[in-house]
Design a binder for this molecule. Structure first.
Ligand code: ADP
Ligand code: MG
Ligand code: ZN
Length: 475
């Protein structure tokens, strides 16, 4: 029988707020374990949460970008469960009145994936299993880091659609600045709900859930695998059980973890420690009016207004730090084409050579330096080879381009007297080549130009050297 795959996603995104959702602790990734904790986020009895309004701002921003309705009245609910990484034994989340509802995200081919809701909640801590000591350690730094959970409708029909959506979603959130969306660091992670049904059937099948997937590749494989597993199970006369499964990317297989819990299991109830949060019209309108530009809009502006190719616009927007560097540089030097070129060809090459991350590389290259360098190249002060070397020095040593060129005497020599002087020396030292040239060997001319350029340390204008040499040889 033919089956259709049906997928719905729950995507957790850690928000880029400086402090946690209900206390003033920092949220930076990679700090020493248990150094970013206080009585509130470590669940001490008697402590009280205070809501961080930035969380609502980021959540509403994401909701507006995803075409959602924003609920003016927001309520927080307790989701009760015990786990060692959750010291309060309940998570504060939103069940009944999430901040955003009824949105959509358009994927390839114009298909709209419905967004059921976006709600705000707090993250849990992290359990670190130590196989050497045979014990588990708990890091509470992540407790209380704000999350939004973006719940889609079961609108996906293939692994390709799922990954397409996630890539677009990630790009949107990144450019909004609401999250760094680093899947490796867990700041964006997806739960895959998947069922299959006979093609043409009206009802959905029973679904399974695979939680906390943190790479697009693994997600693609997991969707394909789970659809196949369910199909084969049904074809063999079996029935899919509603359960949570764990995807093991090394084994390329999923394993049953536990039967699926229902909302009742969590004994949700409105959190009595927090007041309802009423968002004003002004608050929403202010967010709407100051929406950062999306990557898609940047791409069409780069190809339209700035005259870049679609390929270049794609490369520049593929990673936000690169895009920021490009925009700041071209604003400073007024030459977007040169800026795009240097970044795409030279900086991307340097990134590869040094195996650097784009983020790190873009921190090292000051837009001011890049813009100054571009001005020197386009103003004919230095040639491109020198420009390349100077760029490598900017990249590797944060060199100041003007100083770099000045200290090494690399300004282009347009001084005709100096060029003639050098040519005289070269001709004297290479009598054989001069004779060869006179005997009709064209190659000898190139050699002589090369020698002169070398003496001038590559800083002469090759056209000027060519002309002067021709004149001197009576051509
Ligand atoms: P829960 O809160 O128990 O996880 P929800 O009803 O909120 O359940 O749905 C969670 C996700 O599962 C949503 O993204 C939804 O689109 C998806 N989903 C629901 N039913 C199915 C189904 N039969 N097949 C695939 N996905 C489904
Ligand atoms: Mg779920
Ligand atoms: Zn705290």
């Amino acid at each position: 029988m033919d089956y259709e795959t049906v997928v719905g996603l729950e995507v957790h995104v850690e928000l880029a707020t400086k402090t946690k959702i209900f206390c003033g602790c920092g949220t930076g990734f990679g700090a020493e374990p248990n150094t970013q904790v206080c009585p509130v986020c470590s669940g001490m009895p008697g402590s009280l949460p205070v809501f961080n309004k930035e969380v609502a701002r980021f959540a509403a921003l994401a909701g507006l970008a995803l075409n959602c309705e924003i609920n003016r009245r927001n309520v927080f609910d307790r989701k009760n469960y015990f786990y060692p990484d959750l010291p309060k034994a309940y998570q504060i989340s939103q069940l009944y009145q999430p901040i955003c509802r009824n949105g959509f995200l358009e994927i390839g081919g114009g298909k709209k994936i419905g967004i059921h809701e976006i709600h705000m909640e707090e993250d849990a801590g992290k359990l670190l299993h130590d196989p050497w000591e045979d014990c588990s350690n708990i890091d509470y730094n992540r407790c209380g880091v704000p999350l939004i959970e973006i719940v889609s409708e079961p609108d996906f029909r293939s692994a390709g659609e799922v990954v397409d959506y996630l890539e677009r979603l990630r790009e949107i959130l990144l450019y909004l600045g609401v999250s760094d969306c680093k899947m490796q660091e867990g700041s964006m992670r997806a739960d895959i709900n998947l069922s299959v049904r006979p093609s043409g059937a009206a009802e959905f099948g029973v679904r399974t859930e695979m939680k906390n997937m943190n790479s697009f590749k693994a997600i693609y494989r997991a969707v394909e695998f789970e659809a196949k597993r369910q199909t084969e199970l049904i074809d063999a006369g079996g029935r899919v059980t509603q359960e949570t499964r764990r995807w093991d990317d090394n084994k390329e297989a999923s394993f049953s973890m536990r039967s699926k819990e229902n909302a009742q299991d969590y004994r949700y109830f409105p959190d009595p420690d927090l007041l309802a949060l009423d968002l004003s019209e002004e608050f929403i309108e202010e967010i709407r009016a100051n929406m950062p530009e999306s990557a898609a809009s940047k791409r069409s502006r780069f190809t339209g207004e700035l005259g870049l190719s679609a390929y270049d616009a794609g490369v520049l927007t593929a990673e936000k730090p690169l895009c920021d560097l490009f925009e700041r540089t071209s604003a400073l030097c007024g030459n977007p084409k040169e800026a795009a070129n240097l970044i795409i060809v030279e900086i991307c090459r340097l990134i590869k050579e040094d195996a650097a991350t784009t983020e790190d590389a873009c921190r090292r290259v000051a837009p001011e330096s890049l813009a100054a360098l571009i001005k020197m190249i386009t103003g004919g002060e230095i040639n491109r080879t020198v420009g390349k070397d100077a760029l490598a020095a900017i990249f590797r040593e944060q060199a100041d381009p003007e100083e770099y060129v000045r200290e090494r005497n690399l300004l282009i020599v347009n001084d005709a007297g100096l060029i003639d002087e050098v040519i005289d020396r070269v001709l004297e030292a290479n009598e054989k080549s001069v004779a060869d040239f006179r005997a009709g060997k064209e190659k000898a001319f190139g050699f002589l130009v090369g020698q002169a350029m070398k003496e001038l340390k590559g800083t002469a204008n090759p056209g000027a050297v060519n002309g002067a040499l021709k004149k001197r040889l009576g051509q």
